[in-house]
Ligand binder design. Structure first.
Ligand code: FE2
Length: 262
């Protein structure tokens, strides 16, 4: 069937298994042909190993399709365009150099012209490299169809946000940094490898093989207890020392605990 080489179209259904769309042609042909299956073009590599696949355009999205050599079997979705004055474009005054993606979940990612890099997830988790989280806007319509840029808030992006996600960075060695859904933070090492904090003056705290080693001064405001929980525990600030016999034949009291300020 012969069709124009380029047509405007609207998405009727998604074919996620094949990264294709069912579209209806708009404009001159105006839905006078059945829904047509079109492949979706992407930028960058597209082979058996490499690819970059954004979410398929949603039903109702307008865009442009091409038909190579005018053959309806060669349909390809070349790109989407907004169907109305409302869009999710992240207006950034005087700054055309923001790379921005927003998805269905409420997650968004921002890479600004100054290098600010931010991501925000629907559970309230965020990641920021930069001075402040951006506040992406979108175009909405006010009274009298006046188009304005308004802040696209987290509540608008996802009115029913999930609870806090657990976080996990798992290294190939087995080392892990984790934050549980309730907020427990755990840094886990692997056998034979230390977990170390080092300052620029040569001080360090090293956790290795069940032993904590502090290089440098150790200042503690709370109790310091040796043998904790073993039944032979000794508190640094609370222990006494037995006294030798004074030859009176009686038993001697232990000495008192250390004297504060000494
Ligand atoms: Fe002592």
């Amino acid at each position: 069937m012969s069709v124009p080489w380029m047509c405007d179209a609207v998405v009727i259904a998604q074919d996620g298994d094949n990264y294709r769309l069912m579209v209806g042609l708009t404009g001159g042909l105006g839905f006078q042909v059945p829904a047509i299956s079109v492949a979706v073009a992407t930028h960058g590599p597209r082979d058996g190993v490499r690819g970059d696949f954004p979410p398929l355009p949603a039903v109702g999205t307008h865009g442009r399709v091409s038909f190579s050599r005018g053959d309806i079997r060669n349909g390809r979705w070349e790109g989407s365009h907004e169907p109305s004055l409302i869009d999710a474009f992240p207006h950034s005054a005087g700054n055309p150099n923001v790379r921005y993606t927003a998805d269905f979940s409420g997650h968004w990612a921002w890479h600004g012209a100054d290098g600010t890099t931010a991501q925000s997830w629907p559970d309230g988790t965020s990641l920021l490299l930069g001075l402040a989280m951006p506040s992406p806007t979108r175009h909405t319509l006010g009274p009298n169809q006046v188009r304005t840029a308004t802040v696209f808030t987290a509540a608008q992006r996802n009115p029913n946000p999930p609870g806090a996600f657990p976080f996990l960075f798992a290294h190939g060695s087995g080392a892990r940094i984790a934050v549980s859904a309730s907020g427990a933070v755990a840094v886990s090492g692997v056998a034979g490898q230390p977990i170390t904090l080092v300052d620029a003056d040569g001080g360090s705290i090293t956790q290795l093989a069940g032993t904590t080693t502090v290089s440098g001064a150790l200042h503690v405001t709370g109790p310091v207890i040796g043998g904790y929980g073993t039944g032979d525990q000794v508190g640094l600030l609370s222990h006494g020392h037995p006294q030798g016999s004074d030859s009176h034949g009686d038993s001697e009291q232990n000495t008192g605990p250390p004297i504060p300020g000494t």
